[in-house]
Ligand binder design. Structure first.
Ligand code: HEC
Length: 121
């Protein structure tokens, strides 16, 4: 009984080591983003959903969810945020619901979120 319980816990972990092991961190230097501005934009416009108030938006501490996003590539995440994106978890609205943001603001905010989540450095 205890042994099978242990297996139930260990199998997903083992799968993650092989399956998630290929995950690569994104390179902040490659994306030309200002994290200081990104934090301001995030706290003004993205935090409402991404802190967990709106179901489906990944919170910054949900590293695995952010790694799944990071695997799409930084430019794809910018496109999803600028154009809006219906994913399997929920809906990211056009411009992250920040119509006054420039595309650079969006890039900065995404970089800030990825770095804070630990999937970019
Ligand atoms: C109205 C709620 C809401 C707001 C406001 C919001 N988001 Fe999101 N965001 C979501 C949801 C829901 C998802 C998950 C979509 C999915 O993967 O199903 C998401 C996912 C994302 C993703 C990952 C997209 C992908 O393809 O994996 C990025 C990047 C993102 N948001 C950036 C931002 C930024 C930057 C802002 C602020 C400018 C912002 N979001 C504001 C709801 C929101």
């Amino acid at each position: 009984m205890h042994r099978s319980l242990y297996l139930i816990l260990i199998i997903p972990l083992a799968l993650c080591f092989t399956g998630c092991g290929g995950a690569e961190k994104l390179d902040l230097k490659a994306v030309n983003a200002d994290l200081t501005n990104g934090q301001v934009v995030y706290e003004d416009d993205c935090v409402l959903c991404h802190q967990g108030a709106i179901e489906g938006a990944h919170r910054l501490e949900q590293t695995e969810r952010w790694q799944e996003s990071a695997d799409k590539g930084f430019e794809q995440l910018v496109r999803h945020t600028v154009n809006g994106y219906q994913g399997k978890y929920g809906e990211l609205p056009v411009m992250g619901m920040c119509p006054q943001c420039s595309e650079q603001d969006i890039r900065d905010a995404i970089a800030y979120m990825l770095v804070t989540a630990g999937v970019m450095n």
